[in-house]
Write a protein that binds this ligand. Structure first.
Ligand SMILES: *Cc1c(COP(=O)(O)O)cnc(C)c1O
Length: 441
């Protein structure tokens, strides 16, 4: 018997919508003997700590981005830290960033003596709300950190004029969005500099690494001076750096491990093709759910010229009113009972974490967030309403790496079945616990 949307819910004892085994559908990154050989070459040469392979990778990655300079780093965190320093962010400065994001979009600024002010997000894109940026700008603001959250390109045409008007740098955090297009052009090419994670969980996965890309020679050289002592020679175009070469200005060692650079070179060759398949699979899934009450895709509009890149950690948007008030917690449980995967929430809003409110990390005698501030810029509960309600309005959906119609149809059926029979789940709905979503996803 085939399962249909009217079949009894698995949560209530019926048969599961997802019944085929599907490891391959989700496996990532795709590793072939070519990746293995590339790593073995580095190992056998003993050149794990060299820079020759990394420089080849930088050259190829920069060309793929269409930018002049790329700098391989040991993590996305390191690359974003270097980008901040590259932009000249220092003591007393402020950056503006969206609140629900992975911490490494922002926290590194503390070690530069700078601080972060959070802006709210848009409920549909989950990206920084361009209309909420200006009220957070002060005479100390130096940069806007733009995250293309889960591959959804931020609205650069609205953000760029704001940065221009106030003389701010734009740093793009592309950790979720390598290869995503905004109006036909790659994200990461709109700001002064972009930096991103290339760790194994991301869509561009090389191991544990990150990369910074820019057209700005000074930013590139400052980033190199910050954490790449062996490449910081006395021949920089940015003359005031030449007096100090040989030691890293930041006191950091941010070089990329060449086993990762080697994997990166191989992954890059196939990346466009592989994310195209992800996009086809994810769009197939959401097309099958078009018009289902309560559920909306977190995806770019068709014909916008935008794409979702590798569609990192895909999300759906939940409307409880359209489902008779069914809690997102019970909804997700019922989808999991069907054999698919679903969990409520996304990154929690950073402004609510005690590190951003009370913690004195370095012994300034006051919270680190205010260490060099002339005012209390902490943001209380209720100050960023959209960011604070995401846990009730967003949920994780399966991240398909292949466009396999029969299997994707089973997963879509799981979601559709539960949404269309939401009524049957209302009895005994325990509601939502307080504090869903994750600090680390
Ligand atoms: C993963 C991630 C980072 C940090 O990258 P690492 O490689 O883990 O250091 C930064 N920003 C965002 C948005 C991320 O998701």
């Amino acid at each position: 018997m085939t399962i249909s949307t009217t079949s009894r819910l698995a949560f209530l004892g019926g048969k599961q919508a997802v019944h085929d085994s599907q490891e391959e559908l989700f496996k990532w990154p795709i590793v072939t003997s070519e990746d293995e050989k590339a790593v073995l070459d580095v190992l056998r040469k003993g050149s794990m700590s060299g820079t020759d392979v990394t420089m080849q990778f930088e050259q190829e990655f920069g060309a793929w981005m269409g930018l002049d300079y790329a700098l391989g780093c040991c993590s996305g965190t390191a690359s974003l830290h270097s980008a901040m320093f590259g932009c000249g962010i220092g003591v007393g400065d402020e950056i503006i960033c969206q609140s629900p994001t992975f911490w490494a979009s922002a926290l590194q600024c503390f070690s530069l003596g700078a601080t972060v002010v959070f802006a709210d997000i848009e409920p549909d894109t989950l990206n920084i709300d361009p209309d909420d940026i200006e009220r957070h700008i002060s005479d100390r603001t130096r940069a806007i950190m733009v995250v293309h959250y889960t591959g959804y390109p931020a609205d650069m045409d609205r953000i760029r004029p704001i940065a221009q008007k106030h003389g701010l740098k734009i740093i793009e955090d592309v950790s979720h969005a390598q290869g995503a297009l905004y109006k036909g052009r790659k994200v990461g090419t709109f700001g002064d500099v972009a930096a991103m994670s290339l760790m194994s969980g991301k869509s561009f996965a090389t191991g544990e690494a990150g990369i910074l890309v820019t057209n700005d020679r000074e930013i590139y050289e400052r980033a190199m001076a910050f954490g790449h002592y062996e490449r910081y020679k006395g021949n920089f175009e940015t003359e005031d750096l030449n007096a100090y070469y040989g030691l890293p200005l930041g006191g950091y060692k941010y070089r990329m491990n060449q086993m990762c650079s080697a994997v990166g070179r191989v992954q890059l060759k196939y990346y466009d093709e592989r994310i195209q398949e992800i996009q086809d699979g994810m769009n197939r899934f959401w097309d099958l759910l078009e018009g289902v009450p309560g559920l909306k895709a977190h995806r770019v509009p068709e014909d916008s010229g935008n794409t979702m890149g590798g569609w990192y950690n895909p999300k759906g948007l939940y409307n409880t009113e359209e489902l008779e008030g069914l809690s997102i917690t019970r909804f997700a449980e019922a989808v999991r009972a069907e054999g698919s995967s679903c969990s409520p929430g996304m990154n929690k809003p950073l402004h609510r974490h005690p590190l951003l409110n009370t913690c004195d990390v370095y012994g300034h005698g006051k919270p680190t967030r205010l260490a060099h501030s002339d005012r209390d810029l902490r943001q209380p509960k209720g100050s960023l309403p959209v960011s604070e309600s995401t846990e009730f309005h967003t949920f994780n959906v399966p991240w398909f790496k292949h466009d396999t119609p029969e299997l994707i149809e089973q997963h879509a059926l799981a979601f559709r079945k539960v949404a269309e029979q939401a009524n049957d789940l209302l009895t005994d709905d325990p509601g939502n616990p307080s504090g869903m979503g994750e600090w680390i996803t």
